[in-house]
Design a protein. Structure first.
Lengths: 351, 324
């Protein structure tokens, strides 16, 4: 059997040393804003990991290393657009308006986390792998039916492309030319399985060909490359030219979740290699080289963003826990009689 | 004999089963890392990656491929990571695995095991706490079993692998490491067709299975402390149900409380109550009580204690039957 063709090089605009390999798609001021958002996301990620160790959160899935893939992509959206993402995509969700409070509540194991504020077009994070991609097809499709131009962007992992739902989502998006942007964060791993064990194709991006849509391979740790690819995809989607699959090549710097021990299945060598491609550091270097970064400013934003996250944690933990009856309240608009009876029994500790 | 917890007993069962070259294990993360609950720990190293297979993330693929292997004469043991992730495989299980014997009038069969960790109580993320055994027990053509002790875990898993028909093998997540017991080394089998009377008593019959057996056993002790003599039956097999020990016990006690953490409506307790009243109505001295999960989505970590039946709730139900 002939060896599969080598994967092409992902699109890169900002090199790991912070130099531009192509024209920047964004002005420096915007890059600085996005950098600050990545710093905020990392503060949240670190806070949640720490809280999990203290037993204050359920399992937590770190996204360290994937900040540029998430924030760079969502930066191409407008508030009217949709974000449909997973348990590892807090940065993407937050950047599109889903509050830290909601994300933290979800992680403490509180259903109220799923209630995004009105006007925030972000679905609760998908915990089942794969099913949510097709929701972004339907959300985009609704724009076609209604004649508006909202786009739906969905985030998923390399592992998720193995689920049957990936095929159905891609196929519908291709056939109906829905305004959907598929962002696959190929972080190298699906729990213990490396990306090569999910698909025998050289890249995930190339799967787009078979579905009749555009596919782009980008350096997922390059904020500007991800933004550029997402921006183009959004323009195409709004123009009625259909969906795009973006494969953002990145790396899962942490274990799968806080309950996983990655040392059982991967060696730490890759980590140093990928740490050198850190998505924040290369933007920082770029800002510094352009006179837009100082250590004091960095210190200030780190403290400021950590305080914002801390305030959300305090608010989440101060929220009184549900009483027994409250677990029924999310089920229906009007609780059916049979459920009202159950609710009373639950409140009485009976049955 | 070796002292083992349920996860270790299952690991041992799989190791013993793999001595048969037609047995293969497949599922997400079952090989290199030994499964997310470590139930297949070390088995890929011992039996090779060709027979302890890490698959892509694709439940329909896992079950559908296992089905093909089974029809071809292998004995696949497929693992679904959590019950809440069995639904992408639902069509394979219900439309194909459960039916091939009847569709082909015995020409083809699917002697395979689908292992599924289930149940709440560990503060896990959404979809990781499901107890939806009813939908599989309701599917003709499937055997659905669930052990609650290390001894049964190993013996029932070995029986499931040897069974000529497909078996849904549920594993109580909450008990994986919570219960220890002496487990025979080597091969032995525990019937997949028999419930077991695990405590004898004269005042009330408790019926449970799987993870809830811990609460049921504790309830027996709590009741004994207040002078109430409770019998308890561990169903072990949910499809087909063996209610003989339940009926025999209810004929003595006249009272019955059925416990499961699955949602109430359409839950197995309804089936058990119906069958017991058909067979032992005139022995009953009180309405049969159910203590179950509610007809809600399993709550998340902060409120799952409002959902999963507790010893207190079971004791309260027993008191109602005593006062009736
Ligand atoms: C339907 C389903 N099957 C299995 C799981 C268990 N599981 C959770 S995450 C995961 C791996 C997903 O890998 P990938 O899509 O690459 O995303 P990543 O975790 O790397 O972000 C698996 C198998 C699940 N949540 N849902
Ligand atoms: Mg991945």
């Amino acid at each position: 059997m002939p060896a599969p063709p080598a994967a092409p090089q992902p699109l890169q605009i900002l090199t790991p040393s912070g130099d531009l390999a192509a024209d920047s798609p964004l002005p420096l001021a915007r890059i600085k804003d996005l950098y600050r958002s990545m710093v905020a996301a990392r503060a949240y990620d670190k806070k949640c990991s720490a809280m999990q160790r203290q037993g204050r959160l359920a399992t937590y899935a770190q996204f360290e290393g994937q900040e540029a893939a998430q924030i760079g992509a969502v930066a191409a959206l407008e508030p009217r657009d949709w974000v449909v993402a997973t348990y590892r995509d807090a940065a993407a969700m937050w950047f599109h308006g889903y509050p830290w409070l909601n994300l933290i509540l979800g992680r403490t194991g509180d259903e109220r986390g799923g209630h995004a504020p009105a006007g925030v077009n972000v679905l609760p994070p998908s915990i089942t792998v794969g099913a949510h991609m097709i929701h972004a097809v339907g959300l985009g499709w609704a724009s076609l039916v209604r004649g508006d131009d909202a786009v739906a962007m969905t985030f998923f992992g390399d592992g998720a492309t193995s689920e049957g739902d990936f095929h159905e989502a891609m196929n519908f998006a291709g056939v109906f030319r829905t305004p959907t942007v598929f962002v696959c964060q190929n972080n190298g791993w699906a729990i213990s399985m490396p990306r090569e064990r999910q698909t025998a194709s050289a890249t995930i991006a190339q799967k787009a060909d078979a579905y009749g849509m555009a596919g782009v391979l980008v350096d997922g740790n390059d904020l500007l490359a991800v933004y550029a690819a997402a921006h183009e995809a959004v323009i195409r989607a709004r123009a009625g030219e259909g969906a795009t699959l973006i494969e953002a090549v990145t790396y899962r710097m942490g274990p799968h979740t806080t309950t996983d021990d990655a040392g059982r299945y991967r060696d730490a060598d890759h980590l140093a290699e990928w740490a050198a491609r850190d998505p924040l550091e290369r933007v920082r270097r770029h800002l510094e080289a352009n006179g837009e970064w100082t250590a004091e400013w960095q210190h200030g934003i780190e403290i400021g963003e950590a305080e914002t996250v801390e305030a959300a944690v305090e608010e989440a933990e101060a929220l009184p826990a549900f009483d027994a009856g409250d677990i029924f309240d999310g089920m229906f608009v009007d609780l059916p009689v049979a459920l009202r009876r159950q609710r009373r029994a639950a409140e009485d500790g009976a049955g | 004999m070796t002292e083992r917890n349920i996860a270790q007993a299952l690991n041992d069962a799989l190791d013993v089963a793999l001595a048969d070259p037609s047995v293969v294990l497949l599922g997400e993360d079952v090989g290199r890392t030994g499964g997310v609950f470590r139930v297949s720990d070390g088995l890929q190293q011992r039996h090779g990656a060709a027979r302890v297979i890490d698959t892509p993330v694709a439940e329909s693929g896992i079950v559908g491929a296992a089905f093909g292997m089974a029809v071809a004469g292998l004995r696949p043991v497929a693992e679904i990571q959590f019950m809440g992730f069995s639904y992408p495989a639902y069509d394979q299980i219900v439309s194909h695995v459960a039916r091939i014997r009847n569709r082909s009038r015995h020409r083809f069969t699917a002697p395979m095991v689908i292992r599924i960790p289930y149940g709440a109580g560990i503060g896990a993320a959404e979809h990781h706490s499901e107890s939806t055994e009813t939908i599989y027990a309701h599917t003709p053509g499937l055997k659905v079993v669930v052990p609650s002790t290390p001894y049964d875990a190993k013996g029932m898993l070995l029986a499931a692998v040897a069974d000529p028909d497909p078996v849904i093998f549920l594993e109580p997540i909450r008990l994986y490491r919570a219960v220890k017991g002496e487990v025979p080394d080597g091969h032995y089998a525990v019937s997949l067709d028999e419930a077991e009377l695990v405590a004898d008593g004269t005042d009330v019959t408790l019926v449970g299975y799987g993870a809830m057996m811990r609460e049921v056993r504790r309830t027996v002790e709590a009741l004994a402390a207040e002078g109430v003599s409770a019998a308890a039956v561990d169903l072990r097999t949910l499809a087909p149900l063996d209610l003989d020990p339940v009926v025999a016990s209810v004929e003595r006690t006249g009272r019955c409380v059925v416990v499961h953490e699955a949602p109430r409506t359409g839950g197995l307790a309804g089936e058990i109550v119906a069958s017991v009243q058909e067979r032992a109505l005139y022995s009953l001295r009180a309405p049969i009580e159910r203590v179950t999960g509610w007809d809600t989505v399993v709550p998340l970590r902060r409120s799952e204690h409002h959902y999963v039946p507790t010893v207190e709730r079971i004791v309260a139900a027993v008191h109602r039957t005593l006062e009736a």
